[in-house]
Structures are given as C-alpha cells and as structure tokens.
Design a binder for this molecule. Sequence first.
Ligand SMILES: *[C@@H]1O[C@H](CO)[C@@H](O)[C@H](O)[C@H]1NC(C)=O
Ligand SMILES: *[C@@H]1O[C@H](CO)[C@@H](O)[C@H](O)[C@H]1NC(C)=O
Ligand SMILES: *[C@@H]1O[C@H](CO)[C@@H](O)[C@H](O)[C@H]1NC(C)=O
Ligand SMILES: *[C@@H]1O[C@H](CO)[C@@H](O)[C@H](O)[C@H]1NC(C)=O
Ligand SMILES: *[C@@H]1O[C@H](CO)[C@@H](O)[C@H](O)[C@H]1NC(C)=O
Length: 242
Amino acid sequence: MSILFSTFCVIFLLFSLGESVEKVGFETIQAVSASQFKCLASNSTLPYVFVRVGLADGSIDPVGIQNLANAYEGGFNVSIVQILPFFIPSFTTDPKIQLAKIQNALKKTNITLFYLYADINAVKWSSVKSKNQKYLSDLHNAIVLTDSKPGYSTNYSSWNNALGSSFSIDKDYQPNLLWTQNTGKMNYSGFVKFGGWNTPDYHLWKSNVNICGVNVAQVWRDTKANAVQRKSSFFNRLETMK
Ligand SMILES: *[C@@H]1O[C@H](CO)[C@@H](O)[C@H](O)[C@H]1NC(C)=O
Ligand SMILES: *[C@@H]1O[C@H](CO)[C@@H](O)[C@H](O)[C@H]1NC(C)=O
Ligand SMILES: *[C@@H]1O[C@H](CO)[C@@H](O)[C@H](O)[C@H]1NC(C)=O
Ligand SMILES: *[C@@H]1O[C@H](CO)[C@@H](O)[C@H](O)[C@H]1NC(C)=O
Ligand SMILES: *[C@@H]1O[C@H](CO)[C@@H](O)[C@H](O)[C@H]1NC(C)=O
C-alpha cells in the first residue's frame, strides 16, 4: 500500500513538474556560438528556436546559416528541440528564384528542417493588395512544392496593410502562424482573427530578453492550437501544380 502510494506520488510529481513548466522558445538574429546554443538547449523551457536565414533584399543571411549549424551542434538536433528557419521575402524578387536560393543554402548545411517561415512584417509591399496577394500565393505554392511546411510570421496590422485582413493564403492548408504582437502576455489574449487564422500557433510576446548572454525574443507556443490541416483538395491542387 505504501509502495503503491509513493509510486503514485512520484508519478504525480513528475506529471505536475512537466505540466508546470511552460514551454516557450525564442527567436534570435544575432551571432550565437555553439556553446551559447548549448546553454540555451539545456534550458528545458526553450525547446525550439527561430533562426533567420534570408534577408529582405533576397540574399542569404550568413549569420543565420552559421547560427543554424551552431544551434544543431549545441543540441537543437532532435525532434523535441527544433530549429525553425525563417526568411524575409523580397517582394521584387521572383518567389521561385528566391526560395531556390534559400533551400539551396539550407541544403548545404545537411540539417533536416521541416518548416520554413516567411516573415511578412518587414516586407516592403506594393500599394496594390491584389498584386501582393498574387506574390504571396506564388511564394506559398513554391514552399509547399518543395515539401517544406510553410509558416507565417506576422500580425494583424502588417497582414491587413499588405493583403487585407480577410485574405487567407491557403484555405485548403492552414499554415502555422507566429503572431508578432508584443503584448507582454504569454498567451493569445488580445488576438483578433485575420488571414483565416482563428488562433496563433506561436506568439512572439516579448523582445529583448537576455538568456545565456544572447538577446532573444521570447516565443510562446500554444500546444492546443489547431494542427496543420491538409484537405484532400490541397493534395489535388498539389498534383496539378507538379
Ligand atoms: C531559462 O529560460 C527562461 C525563459 O523561458 C528564463 O526565464 C530563465 O532565466 C532561463 N534559465 C537560465 C538558467 O538561463
Ligand atoms: C545533439 O547534440 C548534443 C549536444 O551537443 C549531443 O550530445 C547529441 O549527441 C546530439 N544528437 C544528435 C542526434 O546529433
Ligand atoms: C554535407 O554533406 C556532404 C556530403 O556528405 C559533405 O560533402 C559536406 O561537407 C557536408 N556539409 C556540411 C556543412 O557538413
Ligand atoms: C506588428 O509587427 C510589426 C513588425 O514587427 C511591428 O512594427 C508592429 O509594432 C506590430 N504591431 C503591433 C500592433 O504589435
Ligand atoms: C493572459 O495572460 C495575462 C497575464 O498573465 C492574464 O492576465 C490573462 O488573464 C491571460 N488571458 C487568458 C485568456 O488566459
């Protein structure tokens, strides 16, 4: 009886410890060494990192590519500690050419990456929303065709200004959303629906935090957010695009 009871206590303790530690990740664009990444990876609250790999002029971010390698070496190398690369699309560059450059740079690192995020905040768009929508749709289709899972890093005002709040990039395949509204709150309180998203998957909620000597933006993940949904219409469309 007492053995059973203490076993129960241990299991309960483990369970409650696991539950009480809120999983947040981070984003960084400064140069981070492998030993700094090792320090970050040893922090159980930081199971993922967003690393910038492409700049707004359509070029590759060499700091980001090095960070990616360092992150991998530092321990962000298994499925539970993930690297999520992101790039800033260049509106004036052909989406396919731009993407090919990024995929090529990522391929050279030999690291298997599943997601590719496009940062919509910093893009200089045209004043014609339909043109912006066409551009983003082309980029999205190109990402999907390379078998990466697309995600978008944006917020209501950035999306609304460029594309219109009700513009949904892909109704058949709701991509992940990293919501970039600095609310200072580790939840999606204050989220107003846009782009077809009902809730964000990730929330960049606090910038300029120093952890392990690295300036990071803290990213909270909603573990209850809708998983990426791929409808059969999506696969049908994919077939016709190939
Ligand atoms: C671990 O990360 C959290 C943020 O998620 C931070 O508050 C804490 O200071 C970090 N711990 C160490 C030892 O750096
Ligand atoms: C991941 O990195 C850690 C820390 O550098 C290392 O001990 C481990 O062997 C690595 N795992 C893989 C699968 O490469
Ligand atoms: C990637 O793999 C290729 C083929 O095995 C190898 O020649 C190359 O040096 C590797 N690159 C890196 C950055 O490890
Ligand atoms: C939306 O994101 C942009 C770019 O990161 C930022 O400048 C702006 O302040 C954000 N808007 C809000 C309401 O947080
Ligand atoms: C979000 O977090 C803030 C501050 O921690 C809290 O006051 C608020 O109630 C939370 N909102 C939700 C919907 O959980």
